[in-house]
Design a protein. Structure first.
Ligand code: URA
Length: 250
């Protein structure tokens, strides 16, 4: 049996209105449970047993939602913002109103972002102790020092004295002059502007940044920036059981 919850909570979580609006709707006889008018908004519902409808429209209950978003530039990793569009508002087919991004990407960073309302999973993935590895693709201006790989693998010290854990660098294309280098970097933590600051320490500048993966979760190549899809059952299961498995390079 799924945990029971109040009818007003059920409908509020599914975005049907505020608690007081639901109460009013119930009072007016607009809500049915198993085909029978239910006027008590506080009535307990078992989402697996009961059929709830509003104005004749069935409203099923979804406890957790999980979406993979290819975050576009210009959108902030937040649930609300007064100036910019948020990553959560891009998930147009969401059912719940309590979704949030698991971690943050800068406004000008693209790529993989998990959007969910599963706080336990978010905690597992973000906990610094778990060392979930994140793989980034970047274009970098300025000449990479010849010992860049070794320095990154030993762990850099950022300009403000913050040490970073050992990470892994692959140079995909060595740039020169105006042509940026292309790299893949795997890090196990998520300090503020970490990738950009690591390259600053090496005397370079990140001009394009995209997250490719987080733990076992890999950005779906079919998703253009701004597009999203629900995670598969298998992805959800794997994330929960070993979200912190090292993906490849460390
Ligand atoms: N590192 C950064 O500098 N920015 C991001 O958005 C993610 C990692």
């Amino acid at each position: 049996m799924m945990k029971e919850l109040r009818l007003d909570k059920y409908l509020t979580e599914m975005g049907e209105g505020t608690r007081s609006q639901i109460k009013e709707m119930a009072r007016k006889g607009r809500i049915l449970v198993d085909g029978i008018t239910e006027k008590r908004a506080e009535r307990k519902i078992d989402p697996e047993q009961h059929q709830v409808s509003v104005d004749g429209r069935p409203v099923s209950y979804v406890r957790n939602e999980y979406y993979m978003l290819n975050k576009p530039q210009g959108v902030v990793s937040a649930t609300e913002d007064s100036r910019y569009e948020t990553v959560v508002s891009l998930i147009r087919s969401r059912k719940r109103d309590d979704l949030f991004p698991v971690g943050r990407l800068d406004i000008d960073t693209e790529g993989l972002l998990l959007i969910t309302n599963d706080g336990d999973l978010a905690h597992q993935l973000l906990s610094p102790k778990k060392h979930v590895d994140k793989v980034y693709f970047a274009q970098v201006l300025g000449e990479l020092p010849p010992d860049a790989k070794e320095r990154i693998e030993e762990g850099l010290v950022l300009s403000d004295g913050t040490p970073t854990l050992p990470a892994h660098l692959e140079v995909l294309r060595q740039g020169k002059e105006e042509m940026p280098s292309e790299i893949r970097l795997t890090i196990r933590e998520g300090k503020f502007h970490q990738v950009k600051r690591m390259f600053e320490t090496l005397g370079c500048r990140v001009i394009y940044l995209k997250r490719m993966s987080m733990g076992i979760l890999v950005l779906d190549e079919a998703l253009m920036p701004g597009e999203y899809r629900p995670l598969s059952e298998e992805e959800i299961r794997e994330l929960k059981s070993h979200g912190n498995t090292l993906r490849a390079y460390l």
